[in-house]
Design a protein around this ligand. Structure first.
Ligand SMILES: [Zn+2]
Length: 266
């Protein structure tokens, strides 16, 4: 097993040198990808995705998605400004698009590139429900969850290769890792669940951002209950890291008093 040692040392070094901190929760995380590289790849992948997918022709629904997106964007920018963290949003080029796709899905790539699938609109039900979805996905992005997942996958699967090196040497594999890291691609009739930690962090931050945007965060409980109904109870076996619907809703209830202070402050 001697050959594994360099990888372990490399990973350990990276853990020390490449830590950043999640806003609001203050958790230290492992991210080895420089923001400019992440943003460049994000913008390219977003463009590619939109080329391959049909934008919704429903003008009302499209403007609803853009309105909710802009309001959450405003809340995030306000939060980061108030905490002297605006630098972390440098290079962001926010964009909100609704695509025609029956998947129950939505995601936000780094740099504020959001896609909502029309299939999630019946579950969102209304503007408040949509704010739950968009708030949650943007929270994943500004918390750097995708960067964290992508960093881990590059270490585990490509021996800690730098992103641009990986892209030039193993472009297909790197793109596949990217899409997995950011929740894009074929889903299972539900938002792609990541680790429990990332999910509960995104739930908590999402509640705060939606509250700051003027949406009652209490709507999140009903939304996730509808999602639970939609997925018909238990997630598949291989998604066992997915928080169960019950424990997620319980945690959301626990996070509610904190979120409500942001709602009332307005
Ligand atoms: Zn999530």
């Amino acid at each position: 097993m001697r050959h594994r040692r360099p990888v372990i040392i490399l990973a350990a070094l990276l853990m020390i040198t490449a830590c950043s901190t999640v806003p609001i929760t203050g958790r230290k995380q492992f991210t080895l990808l420089p923001d400019d590289q992440i943003l460049a790849m994000s913008f390219e992948q977003y463009r590619e995705f939109l080329k391959d997918h049909k934008l919704s022709r429903n003008a009302n629904q499209t403007s609803l998605v853009k309105r909710v997106g802009k309001r959450i964007q405003g809340a995030v920018e306000t939060y980061f400004r108030q905490h002297n963290m605006s630098g972390e949003l440098k290079g962001y080029a926010w964009e909100f698009n609704l695509i025609e796709d029956k998947e129950v899905n939505a995601w936000c790539m780094p740099g504020g590139k959001v896609v909502v699938y029309s299939g999630i609109l019946p579950v969102a039900q209304n503007e408040n429900g949509l704010a739950v979805v968009v708030g949650h996905e943007i929270a994943h992005a500004v918390a750097g969850h995708g960067n964290e997942r992508m960093s881990q996958m590059l270490v585990v699967q490509l021996g800690g290769m730098a992103l641009n090196e990986a892209l030039s040497q193993k472009p297909e594999q790197t793109r596949a890792l990217w899409l997995t890291a950011f929740g894009v691609g074929a889903q299972l009739g539900a938002l792609l669940p990541f680790s429990r930690l990332h999910e509960s962090e995104a739930d908590r931050l999402g509640l705060i951002f939606m509250a700051m945007a003027g949406y009652d965060p209490n709507g999140a409980v009903a939304f996730w209950q509808r999602m639970a109904q939609k997925s018909g109870g238990q997630p598949p076996e291989f998604l066992s890291t997915h928080p169960t619907d019950e424990s997620r809703i319980q945690k959301i209830r626990e996070a509610m008093p904190e979120a409500m202070t942001y709602y009332k402050k307005r």
